[in-house]
Design a protein around this ligand. Structure first.
Ligand SMILES: Cc1cc2nc3c(=O)[nH]c(=O)nc-3n(C[C@H](O)[C@H](O)[C@H](O)COP(=O)(O)OP(=O)(O)OC[C@H]3O[C@@H](n4cnc5c(N)ncnc54)[C@H](O)[C@@H]3O)c2cc1C
Length: 505
């Protein structure tokens, strides 16, 4: 099927994880989307090594997580600068990391996008943009010199760390330059280690060797005394020499499938929105891949932005709703940049760092420190500012079991269609009446909580609430506490803030 249309609601530049997730979110909301990517086809580069609990939760909310679980390997751990964190007792249905190569994650997201009626337009590079009062014109070039223009209401740059969209929109990308050089290769080894080696620290830097596919190993080295020139081509020999220097052996590496270099430059777009142009994923933030957070961050940007952009495109919410995307997501990435800088500092070779790591390791043995760092790396601790002070408001909704008229369900299953949900747990007729004017865009669900108490991050419990307003991204926008009448004025304010003015208004 060739997709040749030149007018659409939203153009997404970049068919990586952020672009694909955003495309699926928009398609679920009935938005017309074109995804363009400058590559001729997906490369199959392994890159990110897995996903964290919050990303598993959002994929579960859309009903596609099983596809990822079927091909990944679960481990109840994560790490901070190579110091192990125990995720086992975290209050989530997925207290673990899912080890899965980025290339497979992208393939699964693309399959889902295809089911939702979307095809990525490959060999299509965004080369120019022009914004006007009602839309944006996106110039796209092909490798054969062809040029075309796409007309859209909005353009989202999901085009990676060197984002052309970000530059064309004139959005600055301040931050700190690289101070280390990391090399990565997917190679064959004639003399592999008996088991995978993770972040082995030596005086010259650190190295990791993982078996990740039958016959294939991923080798990563980090040198803390060298900053490579980004313009220099990366070679297999450079990787081999680096491994030899740090590990004292190259494990007989040969036949590279892919070699790459990356650093710890940490930069963030100063604005995530410039008129009708928005940024998500690496286009909005880059950092060292310490703790494995980047892909997760981009997927979660997409889940925050998708329903808001859909609401604005459908004319239900004012354009100012899009400003909440920057307000909510900028601080999240800012914190990730900060923690990856800390992890780089904690990874440098030397006796002082060794001592610091020993101190931190002994602190991580305390449950609250483990939870603090684990909550940050997995994004399970995330709370957006949303008005009322109830401990659930602003947080991700817990995936508790519900009793409904049509049987037993889980809260996450209510979010499959990416529509907001007003969950009435007490059969309150006033609630239904208060929300009636939003019935076209908010699903009212009556149910009973199967549990008397609900978990709240990090390790608290509260009485099951009387009602909740849940945004499509799974965050609670309003809560009626147990044992008190619902504040219906506050509910109407939350409905208007997030889902636009009532029908008749
Ligand atoms: C070694 C390594 C390990 C990592 N490990 C992890 C991990 O374990 N967990 C984790 O969460 N993250 C990890 N990351 C980070 C992760 O790979 C990135 O954060 C992720 O790829 C970002 O996704 P994205 O969709 O924003 O951008 P990208 O994946 O970079 O996709 C951008 C897309 O845009 C396209 N594009 C670029 N310019 C244009 C243009 N002008 N027009 C059209 N298309 C364009 C590109 O071809 C590309 O397909 C790791 C990264 C590295 C390097």
């Amino acid at each position: 099927m060739t997709d040749t249309k030149t007018r659409t609601d939203v153009v997404i530049a970049g068919g990586g994880p952020a672009g694909l997730m955003l495309a699926c979110e928009l398609r679920l909301a009935g938005v017309d989307v074109v995804v363009v990517d400058r590559l001729a086809a997906r490369t199959g580069e392994s890159r990110a090594g897995g996903i964290h609990a919050r990303t598993m939760e959002v994929l579960d909310q859309r009903g596609v997580l099983d596809r990822f679980l079927a091909v990944g390997a679960s481990r109840p751990i994560g790490h901070f600068a190579g110091l192990w964190l125990d995720f086992d007792r975290f209050d989530t249905r997925y207290p673990r990391s899912l080890v899965l190569q980025q290339s497979r994650i992208e393939r699964l997201l693309e399959e889902w996008a295809t089911e939702l009626g979307l095809r990525v337009r490959w060999s299509s590079e965004v080369t120019g943009i022009r914004q006007h009062a009602t839309g944006v014109e996106v110039e796209v070039g092909g490798p054969d010199g062809s040029r075309s223009t796409l007309h859209a209401h909005y353009l989202v740059g999901c085009d990676g760390g060197r984002s052309a969209v970000r530059k064309l929109a004139g959005i600055g990308f301040p931050g700190t330059p690289a101070s280390v050089t990391a090399l990565l290769g997917d190679v064959e080894l004639t003399d592999p280690p008996a088991e995978s080696l993770f972040m082995q620290r030596r005086p010259g830097g650190d190295f990791s060797v993982f078996a990740f596919e039958p016959g294939w190993h991923r080798v990563i080295t980090t040198q803390y005394d060298r900053v490579a020139d980004q313009g220099d081509p990366v070679t297999f020999e450079e990787l081999r020499e680096s491994l030899l220097r740090i590990a004292g052996t190259d494990f007989g590496m040969h036949s590279p499938r892919w070699v790459s270099r990356f650093g710890d430059a940490a930069r963030q777009a100063e604005r995530y929105r410039q008129g009708r142009v928005l940024l998500a994923g690496d286009a909005a933030h880059i950092h060292f891949p310490a703790g494995g957070q980047g892909l997760n961050l981009g997927v979660q940007d997409a889940v925050n932005l998708g329903w808001k952009l859909a609401s604005v495109v459908h004319g239900r919410a004012p354009e100012t709703l899009l400003d909440s995307y920057h307000a909510e997501r900028y601080p999240v990435a800012e914190r990730v940049l900060h923690n990856t800088r800390a992890q780089t500092a904690l990874s440098r070779p030397g006796p002082q760092t060794d001592a610091l790591r020993d101190v931190l390791r002994s602190l991580i043995a305390h449950d609250d420190v483990n939870r603090h760092l684990g909550g940050m790396i997995t994004a399970l601790d995330l709370r957006y500012r949303m008005g009322d002070d109830h401990p659930l408001t602003g947080r991700r909704v817990p995936d508790v079991d519900l009793k409904t008229d049509d049987g037993r369900r889980r809260v996450f299953e209510l979010l499959r269609t990416a529509r907001p949900v007003l969950l009435d747990l007490r059969g309150d007729t006033d609630l239904a009446a208060a929300a009636e004017s939003w019935a076209d865009r908010v699903d009212l669900v009556e149910a009973r909580s199967a549990a008397d108490h609900w978990p709240v991050w990090p390790a608290a419990e509260i009485l099951a609430p009387a009602a909740l307003l849940i945004r499509p991204d799974g965050h609670v926008a309003w809560t009626a506490p147990a044992g008190a009448g619902p504040d219906l004025a506050a509910l109407r304010t939350a409905l208007t803030t997030w889902f636009g003015p009532a029908e008749a208004e």
